[in-house]
Design a binder for this molecule. Structure first.
Ligand code: PLP
Length: 469
Protein backbone atom coordinates (compact mmCIF):
# COMPACT_ATOMS: atom_id res chain seq x y z
CA UNK A 1 0.00 0.00 0.00
CA UNK A 2 1.29 3.48 -0.79
CA UNK A 3 1.23 6.18 1.88
CA UNK A 4 -1.57 7.90 0.00
CA UNK A 5 -3.75 4.83 0.07
CA UNK A 6 -3.06 4.32 3.74
CA UNK A 7 -4.09 7.88 4.38
CA UNK A 8 -7.27 7.42 2.37
CA UNK A 9 -8.02 4.24 4.28
CA UNK A 10 -7.50 5.98 7.59
CA UNK A 11 -9.75 8.88 6.63
CA UNK A 12 -12.39 6.42 5.50
CA UNK A 13 -12.23 4.59 8.80
CA UNK A 14 -13.27 7.76 10.70
CA UNK A 15 -16.79 7.27 12.06
CA UNK A 16 -19.54 9.81 11.35
CA UNK A 17 -20.99 12.20 13.93
CA UNK A 18 -24.34 10.39 14.08
CA UNK A 19 -22.70 7.11 14.87
CA UNK A 20 -20.52 8.71 17.57
CA UNK A 21 -23.47 10.57 19.07
CA UNK A 22 -25.25 7.29 19.59
CA UNK A 23 -22.13 5.70 21.03
CA UNK A 24 -21.68 8.74 23.29
CA UNK A 25 -25.15 8.21 24.74
CA UNK A 26 -24.37 4.59 25.52
CA UNK A 27 -20.91 5.31 26.92
CA UNK A 28 -22.08 7.20 29.99
CA UNK A 29 -19.17 9.59 29.51
CA UNK A 30 -21.37 12.60 28.79
CA UNK A 31 -23.81 12.63 31.68
CA UNK A 32 -25.43 16.05 32.37
CA UNK A 33 -23.88 17.54 29.24
CA UNK A 34 -26.29 19.23 26.81
CA UNK A 35 -26.63 17.62 23.36
CA UNK A 36 -25.37 20.77 21.61
CA UNK A 37 -22.15 20.61 23.60
CA UNK A 38 -21.68 16.88 22.92
CA UNK A 39 -22.15 17.49 19.19
CA UNK A 40 -19.71 20.38 19.25
CA UNK A 41 -17.12 18.25 21.05
CA UNK A 42 -17.59 15.29 18.69
CA UNK A 43 -17.26 17.45 15.57
CA UNK A 44 -14.15 19.18 16.90
CA UNK A 45 -12.64 15.81 17.78
CA UNK A 46 -13.33 14.31 14.34
CA UNK A 47 -11.95 17.45 12.64
CA UNK A 48 -8.74 17.38 14.62
CA UNK A 49 -8.22 13.64 14.06
CA UNK A 50 -8.79 14.18 10.34
CA UNK A 51 -6.18 16.94 10.30
CA UNK A 52 -3.81 14.70 12.17
CA UNK A 53 -4.23 11.98 9.50
CA UNK A 54 -3.74 14.50 6.69
CA UNK A 55 -0.50 15.54 8.38
CA UNK A 56 0.65 11.91 8.19
CA UNK A 57 -0.21 11.10 11.79
CA UNK A 58 -1.59 7.73 12.86
CA UNK A 59 -4.19 8.56 15.52
CA UNK A 60 -6.42 5.93 17.08
CA UNK A 61 -9.74 6.24 15.23
CA UNK A 62 -11.64 3.70 17.30
CA UNK A 63 -14.90 4.79 18.97
CA UNK A 64 -13.50 4.52 22.46
CA UNK A 65 -10.50 6.75 21.73
CA UNK A 66 -12.60 9.38 19.97
CA UNK A 67 -15.24 9.45 22.70
CA UNK A 68 -12.55 9.84 25.31
CA UNK A 69 -11.14 12.87 23.56
CA UNK A 70 -14.58 14.35 23.01
CA UNK A 71 -15.52 13.84 26.65
CA UNK A 72 -12.41 15.77 27.70
CA UNK A 73 -13.32 18.58 25.33
CA UNK A 74 -16.94 18.65 26.46
CA UNK A 75 -15.78 18.85 30.06
CA UNK A 76 -13.63 21.87 29.15
CA UNK A 77 -16.52 23.57 27.36
CA UNK A 78 -18.75 23.08 30.41
CA UNK A 79 -16.26 24.65 32.83
CA UNK A 80 -16.83 28.18 34.08
CA UNK A 81 -14.51 30.75 32.55
CA UNK A 82 -14.69 33.16 35.49
CA UNK A 83 -13.18 31.19 38.36
CA UNK A 84 -11.71 31.88 41.79
CA UNK A 85 -7.95 31.71 42.20
CA UNK A 86 -5.30 32.06 44.88
CA UNK A 87 -3.62 35.45 45.01
CA UNK A 88 -0.13 34.90 46.40
CA UNK A 89 1.17 38.26 45.14
CA UNK A 90 0.45 40.22 48.31
CA UNK A 91 -1.17 42.91 46.14
CA UNK A 92 -4.38 43.54 48.06
CA UNK A 93 -6.24 45.54 45.41
CA UNK A 94 -5.25 43.75 42.22
CA UNK A 95 -7.40 45.02 39.35
CA UNK A 96 -6.67 41.95 37.18
CA UNK A 97 -7.64 39.66 40.04
CA UNK A 98 -10.95 41.34 40.80
CA UNK A 99 -9.93 44.14 43.22
CA UNK A 100 -11.77 44.13 46.56
CA UNK A 101 -13.11 40.91 48.11
CA UNK A 102 -16.57 41.35 49.52
CA UNK A 103 -17.22 41.00 53.23
CA UNK A 104 -19.50 38.28 54.57
CA UNK A 105 -22.35 40.72 55.30
CA UNK A 106 -22.29 41.96 51.71
CA UNK A 107 -22.34 38.43 50.27
CA UNK A 108 -25.24 37.44 52.52
CA UNK A 109 -27.19 40.54 51.64
CA UNK A 110 -26.75 39.95 47.90
CA UNK A 111 -28.36 36.53 48.38
CA UNK A 112 -31.15 37.87 50.57
CA UNK A 113 -32.09 40.76 48.33
CA UNK A 114 -31.71 39.11 44.95
CA UNK A 115 -33.47 35.81 45.66
CA UNK A 116 -36.62 37.75 46.48
CA UNK A 117 -38.55 40.75 45.20
CA UNK A 118 -37.37 43.91 46.92
CA UNK A 119 -38.26 47.54 47.50
CA UNK A 120 -35.54 48.61 45.04
CA UNK A 121 -37.66 51.43 43.66
CA UNK A 122 -40.72 51.35 45.84
CA UNK A 123 -41.35 53.45 48.89
CA UNK A 124 -43.12 50.91 51.07
CA UNK A 125 -44.47 53.63 53.41
CA UNK A 126 -46.25 55.63 50.73
CA UNK A 127 -46.79 52.89 48.14
CA UNK A 128 -45.36 55.26 45.56
CA UNK A 129 -42.31 54.93 43.40
CA UNK A 130 -39.14 55.09 45.48
CA UNK A 131 -35.59 56.15 44.78
CA UNK A 132 -32.94 53.55 43.93
CA UNK A 133 -30.34 55.32 46.07
CA UNK A 134 -32.51 55.37 49.20
CA UNK A 135 -30.65 52.31 50.54
CA UNK A 136 -27.33 54.10 50.63
CA UNK A 137 -27.77 57.86 50.37
CA UNK A 138 -28.38 58.62 54.05
CA UNK A 139 -25.63 56.21 55.07
CA UNK A 140 -23.06 57.78 52.73
CA UNK A 141 -24.04 61.25 53.97
CA UNK A 142 -23.72 60.08 57.58
CA UNK A 143 -20.24 58.67 56.91
CA UNK A 144 -18.88 61.53 54.79
CA UNK A 145 -20.72 64.60 56.03
CA UNK A 146 -22.02 65.27 52.51
CA UNK A 147 -25.45 66.82 51.86
CA UNK A 148 -26.40 64.29 49.20
CA UNK A 149 -25.07 61.23 47.40
CA UNK A 150 -25.66 58.62 44.73
CA UNK A 151 -23.81 55.64 43.33
CA UNK A 152 -23.34 54.49 39.76
CA UNK A 153 -21.64 51.61 37.93
CA UNK A 154 -18.04 52.60 38.66
CA UNK A 155 -15.89 55.63 39.36
CA UNK A 156 -15.03 56.16 35.70
CA UNK A 157 -18.78 56.43 35.11
CA UNK A 158 -19.12 58.74 38.11
CA UNK A 159 -16.50 61.13 36.70
CA UNK A 160 -18.02 61.07 33.22
CA UNK A 161 -21.47 61.73 34.62
CA UNK A 162 -20.42 64.51 36.98
CA UNK A 163 -18.39 66.29 34.29
CA UNK A 164 -21.20 65.97 31.77
CA UNK A 165 -23.77 67.31 34.23
CA UNK A 166 -21.79 70.21 35.62
CA UNK A 167 -19.57 71.31 32.79
CA UNK A 168 -20.79 70.11 29.37
CA UNK A 169 -19.87 72.68 26.72
CA UNK A 170 -17.53 74.57 29.04
CA UNK A 171 -13.86 74.60 29.88
CA UNK A 172 -12.67 72.46 32.78
CA UNK A 173 -9.46 73.61 34.41
CA UNK A 174 -7.08 70.81 35.48
CA UNK A 175 -3.45 70.83 36.57
CA UNK A 176 -1.03 69.23 34.09
CA UNK A 177 0.35 67.14 36.94
CA UNK A 178 -3.07 65.52 37.41
CA UNK A 179 -3.86 64.26 33.90
CA UNK A 180 -4.03 60.71 35.14
CA UNK A 181 -4.27 57.46 33.22
CA UNK A 182 -5.67 54.50 35.15
CA UNK A 183 -5.01 51.05 33.71
CA UNK A 184 -4.88 52.20 30.10
CA UNK A 185 -8.58 52.75 29.53
CA UNK A 186 -9.39 55.62 31.87
CA UNK A 187 -7.56 58.77 30.88
CA UNK A 188 -8.64 62.14 32.19
CA UNK A 189 -8.36 63.95 28.82
CA UNK A 190 -10.42 61.24 27.05
CA UNK A 191 -13.13 61.18 29.71
CA UNK A 192 -13.24 64.96 29.45
CA UNK A 193 -13.88 64.79 25.70
CA UNK A 194 -16.53 62.09 26.05
CA UNK A 195 -18.36 64.11 28.69
CA UNK A 196 -18.57 67.05 26.30
CA UNK A 197 -16.15 69.29 28.17
CA UNK A 198 -13.11 71.10 26.96
CA UNK A 199 -9.93 70.39 28.88
CA UNK A 200 -7.97 73.45 29.95
CA UNK A 201 -4.58 72.37 31.24
CA UNK A 202 -2.77 74.67 33.63
CA UNK A 203 0.63 74.72 35.30
CA UNK A 204 3.44 72.34 34.48
CA UNK A 205 3.96 68.64 35.12
CA UNK A 206 5.66 69.22 38.47
CA UNK A 207 4.35 72.60 39.61
CA UNK A 208 0.96 74.23 39.50
CA UNK A 209 0.03 77.38 41.44
CA UNK A 210 -3.23 79.05 42.38
CA UNK A 211 -2.41 81.89 39.98
CA UNK A 212 -2.42 79.32 37.15
CA UNK A 213 -6.04 78.44 37.88
CA UNK A 214 -6.90 82.11 38.27
CA UNK A 215 -5.24 82.98 34.96
CA UNK A 216 -7.20 80.28 33.14
CA UNK A 217 -10.59 81.61 34.11
CA UNK A 218 -12.66 83.17 31.33
CA UNK A 219 -16.38 83.55 30.59
CA UNK A 220 -16.48 79.93 29.38
CA UNK A 221 -14.94 78.30 32.46
CA UNK A 222 -17.33 75.75 33.95
CA UNK A 223 -15.37 73.80 36.55
CA UNK A 224 -12.15 73.44 38.53
CA UNK A 225 -11.26 69.76 38.63
CA UNK A 226 -8.80 68.13 40.97
CA UNK A 227 -7.74 64.55 40.22
CA UNK A 228 -6.08 62.45 42.88
CA UNK A 229 -2.83 61.07 41.50
CA UNK A 230 -3.67 57.66 42.85
CA UNK A 231 -1.18 55.53 40.93
CA UNK A 232 1.91 57.73 40.73
CA UNK A 233 3.71 60.39 42.67
CA UNK A 234 5.51 63.49 41.50
CA UNK A 235 8.56 64.04 43.63
CA UNK A 236 11.28 66.64 43.94
CA UNK A 237 10.64 70.28 43.04
CA UNK A 238 6.86 70.20 43.14
CA UNK A 239 3.90 72.38 43.98
CA UNK A 240 0.19 71.76 43.78
CA UNK A 241 -2.85 73.68 44.91
CA UNK A 242 -4.89 72.35 47.81
CA UNK A 243 -8.55 71.62 47.32
CA UNK A 244 -9.32 74.24 49.96
CA UNK A 245 -7.56 76.97 47.98
CA UNK A 246 -9.29 75.86 44.80
CA UNK A 247 -12.63 76.09 46.62
CA UNK A 248 -11.85 79.59 47.86
CA UNK A 249 -10.98 80.71 44.35
CA UNK A 250 -14.01 78.90 42.94
CA UNK A 251 -16.35 80.71 45.36
CA UNK A 252 -14.78 84.05 44.43
CA UNK A 253 -15.29 83.39 40.71
CA UNK A 254 -18.56 81.43 41.03
CA UNK A 255 -16.97 78.31 39.57
CA UNK A 256 -17.83 74.89 41.03
CA UNK A 257 -15.05 72.58 42.22
CA UNK A 258 -14.92 68.82 41.82
CA UNK A 259 -12.43 66.23 42.98
CA UNK A 260 -11.97 62.76 41.53
CA UNK A 261 -10.51 60.95 44.52
CA UNK A 262 -10.17 57.57 42.85
CA UNK A 263 -9.60 55.52 45.95
CA UNK A 264 -11.14 57.71 48.61
CA UNK A 265 -11.32 56.15 52.03
CA UNK A 266 -13.70 56.45 54.96
CA UNK A 267 -11.17 55.57 57.65
CA UNK A 268 -7.89 57.10 58.70
CA UNK A 269 -5.08 54.61 58.07
CA UNK A 270 -2.68 56.65 60.23
CA UNK A 271 -3.12 54.53 63.38
CA UNK A 272 -2.08 51.48 61.33
CA UNK A 273 1.28 52.97 60.47
CA UNK A 274 0.31 53.88 56.94
CA UNK A 275 0.49 57.32 55.32
CA UNK A 276 -2.75 59.22 54.96
CA UNK A 277 -4.88 58.62 51.87
CA UNK A 278 -7.45 61.37 51.35
CA UNK A 279 -10.48 60.92 53.58
CA UNK A 280 -13.72 61.60 51.74
CA UNK A 281 -15.06 63.52 54.75
CA UNK A 282 -12.05 65.89 54.64
CA UNK A 283 -12.70 66.69 50.98
CA UNK A 284 -16.36 67.31 51.68
CA UNK A 285 -15.42 69.53 54.61
CA UNK A 286 -12.98 71.42 52.39
CA UNK A 287 -16.02 72.54 50.42
CA UNK A 288 -15.87 70.54 47.16
CA UNK A 289 -19.16 70.69 45.26
CA UNK A 290 -18.68 67.11 44.10
CA UNK A 291 -16.34 64.29 45.12
CA UNK A 292 -16.21 60.94 43.33
CA UNK A 293 -14.53 57.69 44.42
CA UNK A 294 -14.51 53.94 43.74
CA UNK A 295 -16.51 51.35 45.66
CA UNK A 296 -13.96 48.57 45.15
CA UNK A 297 -10.68 50.27 45.95
CA UNK A 298 -9.84 51.28 49.54
CA UNK A 299 -13.52 51.23 50.48
CA UNK A 300 -13.40 47.45 50.05
CA UNK A 301 -16.89 47.05 48.61
CA UNK A 302 -18.40 46.12 45.24
CA UNK A 303 -17.51 47.82 41.95
CA UNK A 304 -19.29 51.16 42.08
CA UNK A 305 -18.72 54.86 41.63
CA UNK A 306 -19.84 56.96 44.57
CA UNK A 307 -20.70 60.59 44.06
CA UNK A 308 -21.12 62.89 47.06
CA UNK A 309 -21.55 66.61 47.30
CA UNK A 310 -23.87 69.55 47.60
CA UNK A 311 -27.56 68.75 47.30
CA UNK A 312 -28.16 71.10 44.40
CA UNK A 313 -25.38 69.59 42.30
CA UNK A 314 -26.23 65.98 43.20
CA UNK A 315 -29.86 66.61 42.22
CA UNK A 316 -28.73 67.78 38.80
CA UNK A 317 -26.65 64.64 38.43
CA UNK A 318 -29.57 62.43 39.44
CA UNK A 319 -31.70 64.08 36.75
CA UNK A 320 -29.14 63.56 33.96
CA UNK A 321 -30.34 60.90 31.47
CA UNK A 322 -26.81 59.46 31.50
CA UNK A 323 -27.42 58.40 35.11
CA UNK A 324 -29.93 55.85 33.85
CA UNK A 325 -27.33 54.37 31.53
CA UNK A 326 -24.79 54.09 34.33
CA UNK A 327 -27.18 53.01 37.04
CA UNK A 328 -26.13 50.70 39.80
CA UNK A 329 -27.78 47.26 39.95
CA UNK A 330 -29.53 45.77 42.98
CA UNK A 331 -26.78 43.22 43.74
CA UNK A 332 -24.20 45.98 43.96
CA UNK A 333 -26.53 48.15 45.97
CA UNK A 334 -27.10 45.34 48.47
CA UNK A 335 -23.35 44.73 48.79
CA UNK A 336 -22.60 48.44 49.07
CA UNK A 337 -25.18 49.02 51.81
CA UNK A 338 -23.82 46.13 53.91
CA UNK A 339 -20.22 47.22 53.45
CA UNK A 340 -20.94 50.86 54.27
CA UNK A 341 -22.89 49.89 57.41
CA UNK A 342 -19.74 48.35 58.87
CA UNK A 343 -18.02 51.75 58.75
CA UNK A 344 -20.20 53.01 61.60
CA UNK A 345 -17.75 51.20 63.87
CA UNK A 346 -14.26 51.67 62.43
CA UNK A 347 -12.80 48.76 64.36
CA UNK A 348 -15.50 46.46 63.08
CA UNK A 349 -14.83 47.73 59.55
CA UNK A 350 -11.14 46.89 59.78
CA UNK A 351 -11.89 43.39 61.08
CA UNK A 352 -14.71 42.48 58.73
CA UNK A 353 -13.85 44.17 55.42
CA UNK A 354 -11.24 41.94 53.76
CA UNK A 355 -9.40 44.79 52.00
CA UNK A 356 -8.94 46.67 55.27
CA UNK A 357 -8.04 43.53 57.17
CA UNK A 358 -5.33 42.60 54.66
CA UNK A 359 -3.93 46.14 54.40
CA UNK A 360 -3.63 46.52 58.14
CA UNK A 361 -2.34 43.00 58.85
CA UNK A 362 0.63 43.28 61.21
CA UNK A 363 4.07 41.88 60.43
CA UNK A 364 3.70 39.51 63.40
CA UNK A 365 0.54 37.96 61.97
CA UNK A 366 2.14 37.67 58.52
CA UNK A 367 5.27 36.07 59.96
CA UNK A 368 3.12 33.54 61.81
CA UNK A 369 1.24 32.67 58.61
CA UNK A 370 4.49 32.38 56.66
CA UNK A 371 5.97 30.20 59.39
CA UNK A 372 3.05 27.75 59.27
CA UNK A 373 3.22 27.61 55.49
CA UNK A 374 6.98 27.09 55.57
CA UNK A 375 6.70 24.22 58.05
CA UNK A 376 4.05 22.36 56.08
CA UNK A 377 5.89 22.87 52.79
CA UNK A 378 9.16 21.72 54.26
CA UNK A 379 7.48 18.51 55.35
CA UNK A 380 5.72 17.94 52.03
CA UNK A 381 8.36 19.01 49.54
CA UNK A 382 11.48 18.13 51.47
CA UNK A 383 14.51 17.96 49.18
CA UNK A 384 12.74 19.07 45.98
CA UNK A 385 13.08 22.80 46.65
CA UNK A 386 15.04 25.34 48.66
CA UNK A 387 12.59 27.04 50.98
CA UNK A 388 13.16 30.22 52.91
CA UNK A 389 11.24 32.72 54.98
CA UNK A 390 12.12 36.17 53.82
CA UNK A 391 11.27 39.72 54.93
CA UNK A 392 9.86 41.54 51.91
CA UNK A 393 7.34 44.18 50.94
CA UNK A 394 3.76 43.97 49.69
CA UNK A 395 2.02 46.67 47.71
CA UNK A 396 -1.58 47.75 48.13
CA UNK A 397 -2.13 48.12 44.35
CA UNK A 398 -5.27 49.04 42.44
CA UNK A 399 -4.75 52.78 42.21
CA UNK A 400 -4.19 53.45 45.86
CA UNK A 401 -1.06 54.41 47.75
CA UNK A 402 1.31 54.75 44.78
CA UNK A 403 4.55 54.50 46.69
CA UNK A 404 3.57 52.59 49.80
CA UNK A 405 5.23 49.28 50.57
CA UNK A 406 4.00 47.24 53.50
CA UNK A 407 6.44 45.02 55.40
CA UNK A 408 5.61 41.37 54.99
CA UNK A 409 7.11 37.95 55.59
CA UNK A 410 7.08 35.74 52.51
CA UNK A 411 7.92 32.13 51.80
CA UNK A 412 10.32 31.81 48.86
CA UNK A 413 10.73 28.68 46.78
CA UNK A 414 13.61 27.70 44.57
CA UNK A 415 12.75 24.38 42.90
CA UNK A 416 15.54 21.86 42.37
CA UNK A 417 13.99 19.66 39.65
CA UNK A 418 12.35 22.33 37.47
CA UNK A 419 13.02 25.97 36.69
CA UNK A 420 11.33 28.69 38.69
CA UNK A 421 9.51 29.91 35.56
CA UNK A 422 8.21 26.37 34.95
CA UNK A 423 6.90 26.38 38.53
CA UNK A 424 5.20 29.72 37.96
CA UNK A 425 3.58 28.42 34.77
CA UNK A 426 2.36 25.19 36.36
CA UNK A 427 0.89 27.06 39.32
CA UNK A 428 -1.01 29.29 36.92
CA UNK A 429 -2.35 26.19 35.11
CA UNK A 430 -3.48 24.51 38.35
CA UNK A 431 -7.06 24.28 39.58
CA UNK A 432 -7.52 26.71 41.19
CA UNK A 433 -4.73 28.73 39.58
CA UNK A 434 -2.12 30.22 41.89
CA UNK A 435 -0.78 33.66 40.99
CA UNK A 436 2.52 34.74 42.50
CA UNK A 437 5.64 36.46 41.37
CA UNK A 438 9.29 35.69 40.72
CA UNK A 439 12.05 37.72 42.31
CA UNK A 440 15.79 36.91 42.14
CA UNK A 441 15.03 33.52 40.61
CA UNK A 442 12.78 32.57 43.52
CA UNK A 443 9.02 32.08 43.56
CA UNK A 444 7.51 34.37 46.17
CA UNK A 445 4.44 33.54 48.22
CA UNK A 446 3.16 36.50 50.21
CA UNK A 447 0.69 35.28 52.84
CA UNK A 448 -1.04 38.69 53.07
CA UNK A 449 -3.50 37.92 50.27
CA UNK A 450 -3.98 34.19 50.86
CA UNK A 451 -7.44 33.61 52.27
CA UNK A 452 -8.43 31.35 55.13
CA UNK A 453 -8.78 27.80 53.85
CA UNK A 454 -6.54 28.34 50.82
CA UNK A 455 -3.30 27.36 52.57
CA UNK A 456 -4.04 23.66 52.32
CA UNK A 457 -4.96 23.88 48.63
CA UNK A 458 -1.78 25.84 47.99
CA UNK A 459 0.38 23.27 49.76
CA UNK A 460 -1.26 20.38 47.91
CA UNK A 461 -0.81 22.12 44.56
CA UNK A 462 2.85 22.90 45.25
CA UNK A 463 3.44 19.36 46.45
CA UNK A 464 1.95 17.85 43.30
CA UNK A 465 4.07 20.07 41.04
CA UNK A 466 7.38 19.88 42.92
CA UNK A 467 7.29 16.18 43.80
CA UNK A 468 6.54 15.14 40.21
CA UNK A 469 9.22 12.78 38.92
C1 PLP B 1 -9.36 54.16 39.87
C2 PLP B 1 -9.60 55.54 39.47
C3 PLP B 1 -10.62 55.86 38.56
C4 PLP B 1 -11.49 54.80 37.95
O1 PLP B 1 -12.28 54.19 38.92
P1 PLP B 1 -13.05 52.81 38.59
O2 PLP B 1 -13.85 52.54 39.81
O3 PLP B 1 -11.99 51.81 38.30
O4 PLP B 1 -13.89 53.07 37.40
C5 PLP B 1 -10.78 57.17 38.23
N1 PLP B 1 -9.99 58.14 38.75
C6 PLP B 1 -9.01 57.87 39.63
C7 PLP B 1 -8.17 59.00 40.16
C8 PLP B 1 -8.77 56.56 40.01
O5 PLP B 1 -7.80 56.29 40.90
Amino acid sequence: MTTKQTKQARLKSLPGVDHLLMAAGESGLFRDIPRTVILDALRTTIDSVREDILADGTPDTGDAALLDRAAGLAGDIMKNRLIPLINATGVVLHTNLGRALLCRDALDNIGTVSASYSNLELNVKTGKRGIRYAAIEDLICELTGAEAALAVNNNAGAVLLALNTIAQGTEVVVSRGELVEIGGSFRVPDVMTKSGCCLKEVGTTNRTHLRDYEGAVNENTGLFLKVHTSNYKIQGFTASVSLKDMVTLGREKSIPVMEDLGSGTLIDFGPYGMPAEPLVSDRVAAGADVVTFSGDKLLGGPQAGIIVGRKETINLIKANPLTRALRIDKLTLAALESTLKLYRDKREAVQKIPTLRMLTMSYEVLARKAGALYKDLEKAIGPNADLEMSDMESRPGGGSYPDLKLPTCAVTIQPRQISVSALEKELRAATPPVIGRIEDNRYIIDPRTIQAGQEEILINTLTTILNKK
